[in-house]
Ligand binder design. Structure first.
Ligand SMILES: NC(=O)c1ccc[n+]([C@@H]2O[C@H](COP(=O)([O-])OP(=O)(O)OC[C@H]3O[C@@H](n4cnc5c(N)ncnc54)[C@H](O)[C@@H]3O)[C@@H](O)[C@H]2O)c1
Length: 250
C-alpha cells in the first residue's frame, strides 16, 4: 500500500480556509484531483492556488448544515470524476466560547452541533454511499483534543468533537469489511484563521498544555490527513490520531 494519491479523486470539505485548504493543496501537489467544497466562495482561491502549483482541482459550494447541498455536491463530483477515493472533512466552528455551560443558550449548542457533528455525519454518509459500490474509500474528519479532554468554556465544541470521535469509532467498524476506512484527527492548537476569534485566555490555556511549546502548523495537520486519505491507511479505522505536540499521549 502506498501513500501516493496520484490519479485519485479526493473531496475536501471545508477547503476554503485553514487545515482544509492546506490538505487540499497537499493532495493536489501529490497528484490527486481535489474537489474543494466549502460554504464560502473563497474556496475558489484554494483551487486557484492548487492550479498555480501545477495541481488539478475544482470547486463546489455546499453547506454541511444543509444536507441537500452536500448530496448535490457529491453527486456532481462523482458525475465529473467517477470514483471518489477519499473524503476529508474539515468543516467546523468553535461555537460559544469563554462561557460556562449554564451561560450558554441551547440554540447556540444546536448551531455548533449542526456543523461539527450533524454536518460531519451528513458528509460521512454521502461519502460512504459513493464509496460502497467501488469497495474502496478513505474518510477522514477533524475532531479536536477538546473532544478527548474537554475544554472549559467551549461546551458546544467539546461535546460535538467528542461526538465526532464516537461517530468515527462506530463507522470504522460498520464499514471495516467494505474497503472503507473512517478515521479522525484530534489536533491541539493549529495556527489557522480559526484562531482569529478565540479569546486570548482560551489560546493561552491551550498553548500552555503543549509540551513542544508551540502551536501546530496547517502543513503538519495536512500531512496526517493526507496519509489517512491515501491507500497506505489500510489497517487503521475508527481511530482518532493525535496531533498535539506531546499533549495527548494516550
Ligand atoms: N485551528 C485549530 O487550532 C484547530 C484545533 C483542533 C481542531 N480544529 C478543527 O479543524 C477543522 C478546520 O479548522 P481550521 O482551523 O482550518 O478552521 P477555518 O475556520 O480556517 O476553516 C474552516 C472551514 O470550514 C468551512 N465551514 C464552516 N462551516 C461550514 C459549513 N457549514 N459548511 C461548509 N463549510 C463550512 C469554513 O468556511 C472554512 O473554510 C475544524 O473542524 C476545527 O474544529 C482546529
Amino acid at each position: 500500500m502506498t501513500t501516493s494519491v496520484e490519479g485519485q479523486t479526493a473531496v475536501v470539505v471545508g477547503a476554503g480556509s485553514g487545515i482544509g485548504r492546506a490538505t487540499a493543496l497537499l493532495l493536489a501537489e501529490r497528484g490527486a484531483h481535489v474537489v474543494c467544497v466549502d460554504r464560502l466562495e473563497q474556496v475558489a482561491d484554494t483551487v486557484a492556488q492548487a492550479r498555480d502549483a501545477g495541481g488539478s482541482a475544482s470547486a463546489l459550494i455546499a453547506d454541511v448544515t444543509e444536507p441537500a447541498t452536500v448530496v448535490d455536491a457529491f453527486a456532481r463530483a462523482a458525475a465529473e470524476r467517477g470514483q471518489l477515493h477519499a473524503v476529508v472533512n474539515t468543516a467546523g466552528i468553535t461555537g460559544p466560547q469563554g462561557r460556562r455551560s449554564h451561560e450558554v443558550d441551547v440554540a447556540e449548542l444546536d448551531r455548533t452541533y449542526a456543523v461539527n457533528l450533524r454536518g460531519a455525519y451528513v458528509v460521512s454518509q454521502e461519502a460512504v454511499r459513493h464509496m460502497l459500490p467501488h469497495g474502496y474509500g478513505r474518510i477522514a474528519h477533524v475532531a479536536s483534543i477538546a473532544g478527548k479532554e474537554g475544554n472549559p468554556g467551549m461546551i458546544g465544541y467539546s461535546t460535538t468533537k467528542a461526538g465526532l470521535i464516537g461517530m468515527v469509532k462506530a463507522q470504522g467498524k460498520e464499514y471495516a469489511l467494505d474497503g472503507i476506512t473512517v478515521n479522525a484527527l484530534a489536533p491541539a492548537v493549529i495556527q489557522t484563521p480559526f484562531l482569529d476569534d478565540q479569546p486570548a485566555e482560551t489560546l493561552a490555556y491551550m498553548a500552555a498544555k503543549i509540551p513542544m511549546g508551540r502551536f501546530g502548523t496547517m502543513q503538519e495537520a495536512a500531512e496526517l490527513l493526507a496519509w489517512m486519505a491515501s491507500p497506505a491507511c489500510s489497517f487503521t479505522t475508527g481511530f482518532t490520531f493525535d496531533l498535539s505536540g506531546g499533549r495527548a499521549t494516550y
